[in-house]
Design a protein around this ligand. Structure first.
Ligand code: TPP
Length: 271
């Protein structure tokens, strides 16, 4: 209920994060805006409603940890961390710049709030398994959340980690799949079809939720649902490029960066 009342606030935050990301991509001529826009509601819901993490106490062993395994969407995470005051908003102006604070992929050492370095796809779930098992063994209450791309799930290491997590009953681990159906060079189901995706994760021993990944209430319900002593996976149906009409569901916007005209058109839609 609380989530439902707060939804307009979350939507406003998402809009402002989309604008920050657009400006970062335009200034740096960099790629991956489509995958940033598909994951924004997922990350905003986590950082503003779910995660127990305090920028002033980043070494707290009991904190929740977010791992963005699809690290090419770093710009979305950076904009949210700046909004949550993990670091100054001015850092965003240095995204993807020489000597800047924020590189294109995630480096734990560059800015507070980045929990692990990623860029090569397929590693986040394994790292999350290790952290979740460590927390369990040390009786730490912190939970681990890993955000994966659907294309990323073509990597065999994801499925090795999936088996490991259910074997060890890592109930403190949640994976979220940003299921936007497009990867870098084609649609995910053309490259390697993962359907029926829910059945696959169930057969690997996970508790599965399949939801609209742009709907904050559905995200909140899935995150807050009681745990069955199993790892949880949220298959979040999303739209690549969500929020800007000419970017939505378009393969082009995996790699393209907006020129001046596209920046202004997108700003008009977002503002
Ligand atoms: C191991 C590895 N292979 C290839 C790449 C290059 N790459 C970057 S993004 C991407 C597509 C990923 O697709 P998906 O996980 O669906 O991401 P999204 O659509 O959410 O951006 C690829 C292949 C990489 N980063 N790591």
């Amino acid at each position: 209920m609380e989530g439902k009342l707060q939804q307009p606030m979350l939507e406003d935050i998402c809009k402002s994060i989309r604008i920050d990301v657009l400006k970062m991509m335009h200034k740096s001529f960099s790629s991956h805006i489509g995958g940033c826009y598909s994951v924004i509601e997922i990350l905003v819901t986590l950082y503003f409603k779910i995660l127990n993490v305090d920028p002033k106490n980043l070494n707290d062993n009991e904190r929740d940890i977010l791992l963005l395994s699809k690290a090419h969407s770093s710009a979305a995470l950076y904009a949210i961390l700046a909004e949550k005051q993990f670091f100054p908003k001015e850092y965003l102006d240095t995204y993807y710049q020489d000597d800047g604070k924020l590189p294109g992929h995630l480096n734990k050492k560059t800015a507070p709030g980045i929990e692990f370095s990623f860029g090569s796809l397929g590693h986040g779930l394994s790292v999350g398994c290790g952290m979740a098992l460590g927390n369990k063994r040390m009786n730490n209450t912190g939970r681990i959340f890993v955000v994966l791309g659907d294309g990323e799930c073509n990597e065999g290491s994801v499925w090795e980690a999936a088996m490991f997590a259910s074997h060890h009953k890592l109930s403190n681990l949640t994976a979220i799949i940003d299921y936007n159906k497009i990867q870098s060079f084609g649609s995910t189901n053309e490259v390697i079809n993962q359907e029926p995706i829910s059945d696959k994760w169930k057969s690997f021993g996970w508790q599965v939720f399949e939801i609209d990944g742009h709907n904050h209430n559905e995200l909140l319900d899935a995150f807050n649902s009681p745990n069955e002593n199993l790892p949880k996976v949220i298959i979040a149906h999303t739209v690549k490029g969500k929020g800007v009409s000419f970017m939505e569901n378009s393969l082009d916007w995996h790699y393209k960066s907006p020129d001046d005209e596209q920046l202004n058109l997108a700003l008009k839609e977002l503002e």
